[in-house]
Ligand binder design. Sequence first.
Ligand SMILES: [Zn+2]
Length: 297
Amino acid sequence: MRTITVPTVQAGHAIGVDLGGTKILAGVVARDGSVLRTHERATPQDSQEHVLTELEAAVAELLDDAVAAVGFGAPSPLEDASLRDRMRERFGLPVGLDNDANAAAIGEWRAGAGRGTDDLVMLTLGTGVGGGVIAGGKPFRGWNGAGAELGHAVIVENGRPCQGACTGRGHLEAYVSGSAATASAREAFGPSVDAHGLVRLAQDGDAKANELLDDVGRHLGSGIGSFVNVFGPQLVVLGGGFGVAAYEHLSGPVKKVLRREALEPMRSTVRLARAELGTAAGLIGAAFVGFEALDAA
Ligand SMILES: [Zn+2]
């Protein structure tokens, strides 16, 4: 008997664009999360208008007839409506936009460490600490689309001042970001050792480096313990450059504190995992934000 191939509805591809501080990473992504081709260009530093034209150029570079939607993951200050309207007009396709931390969480959920899970929390430890929550099979965005700013959860009352524009104190970000780890490393080992150098020293068995990363891990565990109690996820994913590099050193103390702070039944069931997609998480997640816009159209 011959197999007759029934033409199915063309699911289409989406272009996902991850706008970073130094690079624009774009890719064509299929519904199963596989990346078919990518394109990279530098993020202009002179004006927002120049950033927008480079985002357009990145999309144009990848566009073909199979592309049915475009999604962007961008730092929150980028003006939402203008970017979306402009891209919709320029390409005549449904356009989605989300913040970069949500995009990374969506990427890991659809195609990485969180595949098959409906409830997860992702923390991206880099320059800052980004947070993304998938709850009941949907990205959590809040009423204003800002998502869950988990990095600005208070873990120490009146503790260390937070970073950047944040006026708060004792926020998770001030203790567990790559920048915070770099500050501790410089204090202990001098100006040439950053967060990644600290991880290398710990791997080589340096006691002080291990102690510092243990301290980061315990603070991270405090934050994660609270997030587990609040959101009840099945999985917590640690990503970001520092989060991935230091995972082996952080996971022990995180789990130890988590066992103390999390309530049952989450304490026994929640899993911790290292992000799997590396720098591609943002563009894959952004593509799924594009699919979301397509499906809603
Ligand atoms: Zn803060």
